[in-house]
Design a protein around this ligand. Structure first.
Ligand SMILES: Cc1cc2nc3c(=O)[nH]c(=O)nc-3n(C[C@H](O)[C@H](O)[C@H](O)COP(=O)(O)OP(=O)(O)OC[C@H]3O[C@@H](n4cnc5c(N)ncnc54)[C@H](O)[C@@H]3O)c2cc1C
Length: 342
């Protein structure tokens, strides 16, 4: 019989589990129920008992490693913790969120335990077996894998399961002792771009995509790149959406054409870019060509604003297309959002 372990870690507060961890808890519960297998949740946090209260309602066995040494991501301590939790749980299947923290250590931990790892898992299926899905070739080919090797580590992509949510309750947590190796890395702090600079937000409900049209000559024969930047950033500030781009727009910098300074290739959506998961997406000044739209595969509700009534979006790629000038439309949308806030 399988023994399932969900590895979870706290967010920067040190006492609450990350959303990706709670999504993995849901996946663990579903798998355990299907296989009638015992479920353990292993938590690493500064205050793991507080973090565990959010998953007490699962009824799972709760293991934890607590303390300030585990508040921050660091390879040596995180790998030691994950190894200790896996050994304590005697896990055969280990589910972990594909966060940067666990992605960094999971392969090393699998190696230490003589196990096997698969990453970017989007679904767990099978009847009495464990069959896992992942996408290859820029999300164009879906593969279903199963393995005999145990322990089998599976890193789950964020947004593929609902986050576990239940009334918080006092948790009965078994603390696991960890023998830390000599620490060569001291975490002195956390440096992140200011909220305004960070435009890629995988957890956002909505994706706003900017296309090359924003920096092209407009009907008055002029380019309005500065105004375009203000409209896009105004919308992002009001909605905390994530910002995507077409390839043409982010490539323009190299061609010496007008650019939007807050966009980089990291924002690019598409075949040679990212394939994010958001509930809604709004494309602006973008033609909707196939190599771009393939990156919208996991956007549930797609809308587009384009001047071109024959653009790719109108050919069945978007749910709603507004044939309109995005400049006045976005100005009006931003004004409505501001009025709503006030
Ligand atoms: C192998 C390969 C891989 C590729 N990978 C990617 C990829 O990963 N991602 C990607 O994006 N592309 C990719 N491309 C490029 C892709 O085919 C398109 O060239 C690109 O997406 C076009 O970008 P765009 O729609 O922003 O620009 P354009 O094609 O220039 O379209 C601009 C649009 O803006 C509209 N517009 C202009 N002004 C306004 C206004 N005021 N209001 C409303 N609409 C306006 C115009 O009508 C036009 O439809 C790839 C191509 C190849 C060959």
């Amino acid at each position: 019989m399988e023994t399932i372990l969900v590895l979870a870690h706290a967010d920067e507060t040190g006492s609450a589990l990350t959303r990706a961890s709670l999504e993995t808890v849901t996946a663990g519960l579903e798998l355990a129920a299907r296989l009638s297998a015992p479920l353990t949740i292993g938590i690493v946090a500064a205050d793991a008992t507080a973090a565990a209260s959010a998953v007490t309602a699962t009824g799972a066995r709760l293991l934890a490693v607590s303390g300030e040494a585990f508040a921050q991501a660091r390879y040596a301590s995180d790998a030691a913790v994950a190894e200790a939790l896996c050994r304590a749980a005697k896990a055969t299947i280990v589910l972990a969120p594909g966060t940067s923290r666990f992605t960094r250590v999971a392969a090393g931990v699998a190696y230490r335990l003589g196990g096997f790892i698969d990453t970017h898992i989007t679904a767990l299926g099978g009847a009495e077996t464990v069959d896992v899905s992942r996408w290859f070739y820029r999300q164009r080919v879906e593969a279903v894998l199963s393995r005999d090797a145990r322990p089998w580590f599976l890193l789950l992509d964020a947004g593929t399961h609902a986050a576990f949510a239940a009334e918080a309750a006092t948790a009965q947590v078994e603390q696991v002792a960890v023998q830390l190796p000599e620490m060569r890395t001291i975490v002195s702090g956390f440096r992140a771009p200011a909220e305004d600079e960070q435009t890629i937000r995988p957890d956002a409900k909505m994706l706003l995509v900017a296309g090359a049209g924003w920096t092209k000559k407009q009907p008055d024969g002029q380019i309005h790149a500065a105004e375009a930047g203000e409209l896009i950033l105004g919308f992002l500030h009001a909605t905390s959406s994530s910002l995507g781009s077409s390839k043409s727009l982010v490539d323009q910098g190299g061609e010496g054409e007008p650019v939007l300074p807050f966009l980089t290739h990291m924002n690019q959506i598409g075949q040679t870019g990212a394939t994010p998961r958001h509930a809604k997406g709004l494309s602006t000044c973008c033609h909707g060509e196939e190599p771009h739209v393939v990156g919208w595969r996991f956007i549930a509700d797609r809308r587009a604003i384009s001047l071109d009534p024959n653009c790719g979006w109108t050919r069945g790629k978007a749910d709603v297309v507004y044939i309109a000038d995005a400049f006045p439309v976005m100005a009006k949308v931003n004004a409505l959002l501001e009025a709503k806030k006030a």
